[in-house]
Design a protein around this ligand. Structure first.
Ligand code: NAD
Length: 517
C-alpha cells in the first residue's frame, strides 16, 4: 500500500510545499499573466542540473570546555600557561583549536586528557577527526550566458533551498541585464565552528571537486552567506593552479580581493545597489532618502554596507537584528561604528551587533515592531511571514536578502499598502558589479570605484524604472530607459512586474535563437 503511494506521480496542484515551490509561485503567476511561451516555461520550471557531492577533511585537535560538574573533578589541576597564545584559536561555540605548536615550550599540566587554561576553564583535549560535508551546485539556466551565483556556507542549506536561490539568480541576471544565467551552491556547515585552516582545506577540497563543473565561460561562483573574498581567492588558486593560461581564468570567480583581480566597489556593491533602489523609489515620489529612518536585519556584507550608504545619504538607522540578537537606539545607531564593532573588535568572536555600546538590547519581536520608514531585511530567506507582515511598522521593505518575504506575507503587505522593492532588483548590485569584475578580468583592466558606482547606479535605476512602468502599465521611452517592449497591457504588483521583465528577456533568447534539439 505504502509502496503504491510512493510510486504514484503527484498530479499538478498536489505538490508538496517546499522552499522551491514557494519561491516559484511568483514565476508561475508572472508566466500566466504575460502568457509565457509554454516550452520556455517548462525549460525554466526546473534547473538544468542539480549537483550533490561530498567534501571530506581532517579536523584539528580541539580543546572542548567541560561542564561545571565535570570541572569539579579537576579543581586541583594547575593552570597550563600557553607560551604562544596565538596558537589558540577560539571558536564561536566556545571550543578552542590548537594550531601549530601551540603547546610546545609551554608549561603543560594535563590529567586524563584535561587541562585548565588561564581563564580558569577546564577543557578536554579532543583529537581531530575526519569529517564529511555535503556540498551542492545547482545550475538553473544558461539561456542568457554562463551560470552565475554565490557559494553559501551555512548549517541550514539543502538542495531545495539552492534550487530556489539558483532560479532567483536567473531572474536577477536577466533583470540587471548582464549576460549570465543562474546558479547557486555551497556547503552544509556552520563556518563559525571551524578554524581558519580547516575552512581553507574544506574550501580547497570543495573547488577540487567543483572544478569540472565551473569555468569563466561556464559557471562563475561568487561570495554569499558565510563566504568572502578570502574564500574566493582560495577557489581561484585551486581552479587555476598549474594551468598553462591561468591568468586567463581569473574570471572564473567574482568577489575577489581588488589586489588579485577583484573590482573596486564589489564588496559594498549589493548594499550600494539596495541604497540606489531605495533612493530611486523616493525620487519617483518626489521625496528624498534624507531624513528617513530605517531598520536592518542582518549586519553582514549586505546589511552593513547598505546601512552605511543609506546613512551617508542622510537616513537614520534605528535598529539592527542579527543571528545573535537585536539592538535599538531611537536617536540613531552609527553604522560605521557598528561595522567596526562587528568586524574589528577581536573580543567579538561571534561578529555580532550584540553588546554594541551605542544602543540598547531588545528582543527580536520588538525589533520588527520598531516604527521606521524603511525595513531592510538582509539576512536569510523566509523571515517576513504573514504574521509578521501584519505587525510591521514601516512603509517600505527593501529586500536586501534573497527571498525574505513569503508569498502569504506579500499578500498582507499589499493589503496593508506597505511598498516593496523586490529582491531580484533590490539586491542585484552584487551580481552587476560581479559582471564588471568579469569584464575587467577578460580585458585585463581595472576600473575606478567612481566608474563602477556610476555604471551600477545607471544599470539599477534604469531597470527599476522599467519594472515600475510594467507595474503601472505606462510604456514609455525616456533618456534613461525604454519600457515599451515589456509592459503587458494591464497593471500588476511590483514583484510580478520584476518577474515579467526577467521572463521577457529570457524568452527572447529562446524565441530568437531557437532550441537546440
Ligand atoms: P553575511 O554572511 O555577510 O551576513 C549575514 C547576516 O545575517 C549576519 O549578520 C548574520 O548574523 C545574519 N543572520 C544569519 N542568520 C540570521 C537569523 N536567523 N536571524 C537574523 N539574522 C541572521 O551574508 P550577506 O552576504 O550579507 O548576505 C545576506 C543576504 O543577502 C542573503 O540572503 C544573501 O543571499 C543575500 N545577498 C547577498 C549578496 C552579496 O553580494 N553578498 C548579493 C545578493 C543577495
Amino acid at each position: 500500500m505504502a509502496e503504491e503511494n510512493f510510486m504514484r506521480v503527484p498530479t499538478a496542484g498536489q505538490q508538496r510545499k517546499t522552499v522551491y515551490t514557494e519561491a516559484m509561485e511568483i514565476f508561475h503567476r508572472a508566466a500566466e499573466v504575460m502568457n509565457l511561451d509554454r516550452r520556455v516555461r517548462l525549460e525554466l520550471e526546473e534547473p538544468d542540473y542539480e549537483h550533490i557531492f561530498y567534501v571530506t577533511t581532517k579536523l584539528k585537535d580541539r580543546l572542548v570546555p567541560v561542564s561545571p560538574e565535570a570541572a569539579r573533578g579537576y579543581t586541583d589541576l594547575s593552570v597550563t600557561k600557553v607560551r604562544d597564545p596565538n596558537g589558540l584559536e577560539r571558536l564561536a561555540d566556545g571550543k578552542i583549536i590548537l594550531n601549530g605548536k601551540a603547546l610546545l615550550g609551554s608549561d603543560v599540566n594535563i590529567r586524563a586528557g584535561h587541562l585548565r587554561l588561564e581563564d580558569g576553564t577546564v577543557y578536554q583535549l579532543v583529537p581531530g577527526e575526519s569529517q564529511r560535508f555535503k556540498a551542492y551546485r545547482v545550475q538553473h539556466n544558461q539561456a542568457r550566458g554562463p551560470y552565475k551565483g554565490g557559494i553559501r556556507y551555512h548549517r541550514e542549506v539543502s538542495l531545495d533551498l539552492f534550487k530556489a536561490l539558483a532560479a532567483e539568480m536567473t531572474w536577477k541576471t536577466a533583470i540587471a541585464d548582464v549576460p549570465f544565467g543562474g546558479g547557486k551552491g555551497g556547503i552544509q556547515l556552520d563556518p563559525r565552528q571551524f578554524g581558519r585552516e580547516e575552512l581553507q582545506t574544506i574550501s580547497l577540497r570543495f573547488m577540487y571537486k567543483l572544478k569540472q563543473l565551473v569555468g569563466p565561460n561556464i559557471d562563475i561562483p561568487a561570495p554569499d552567506v558565510g563566504t568572502n573574498s578570502e574564500v574566493m581567492a582560495l577557489y581561484l588558486r585551486q581552479f587555476s593552479d598549474g594551468e598553462r593560461e591561468r591568468h586567463n581564468q581569473r574570471g572564473v570567480i567574482t568577489g575577489k580581493d581588488v589586489r588579485i583581480g577583484g573590482s573596486e566597489g564589489r564588496t559594498k556593491a549589493t548594499g550600494q545597489g539596495v541604497a540606489y533602489t531605495i533612493e530611486d523609489y523616493f525620487q519617483d515620489r518626489g521625496e528624498s532618502v534624507k531624513g528617513k529612518t530605517f531598520i536592518t536585519q542582518g549586519f553582514g556584507n549586505v546589511g552593513s554596507w547598505g546601512s552605511l550608504i543609506l546613512q551617508n545619504m542622510g537616513a537614520k538607522l534605528l535598529a539592527v537584528n542579527d543571528a545573535d540578537g537585536s539592538i535599538f537606539n531611537p536617536e540613531g545607531i552609527d553604522a560605521l561604528e557598528l561595522m567596526r564593532y562587528v568586524n574589528e573588535n577581536p573580543k567579538n568572536l561571534k561578529r555580532s551587533v550584540l553588546g554594541f555600546p551605542g544602543a540598547q538590547s531588545i528582543s527580536k519581536a520588538d525589533f520588527w515592531l520598531v516604527k521606521a520608514d524603511i525595513a531592510v531585511p538582509a539576512a536569510l530567506g523566509g523571515e517576513i511571514t504573514a504574521e509578521l507582515a501584519e505587525k510591521l511598522n514601516v512603509k517600505l521593505i527593501a529586500e536586501g536578502a534573497n527571498g525574505p518575504t513569503t508569498p502569504e506575507a506579500d499578500r498582507v503587505l499589499e493589503k496593508r499598502k506597505i511598498d516593496l522593492i523586490p529582491d531580484i532588483i533590490c539586491n542585484a548590485g552584487g551580481v552587476t558589479v560581479s559582471y564588471y569584475e568579469w569584464i575587467q578580468n577578460k580585458r585585463m583592466e581595472g576600473w575606478s570605484e567612481k566608474e563602477v558606482d556610476a555604471r551600477l547606479e545607471l544599470a539599477l535605476k534604469k531597470n527599476y524604472r522599467i519594472i515600475r512602468d510594467i507595474a503601472r502599465n505606462t510604456p514609455r521611452r525616456t533618456d534613461m530607459h525604454d519600457s515599451r517592449p515589456y509592459t503587458i497591457g494591464r497593471t500588476v504588483d511590483t514583484r510580478c512586474a520584476a518577474m515579467i521583465l526577467a521572463l521577457k528577456r529570457i524568452e527572447a533568447h529562446y524565441m530568437l535563437e531557437g532550441f537546440s534539439q
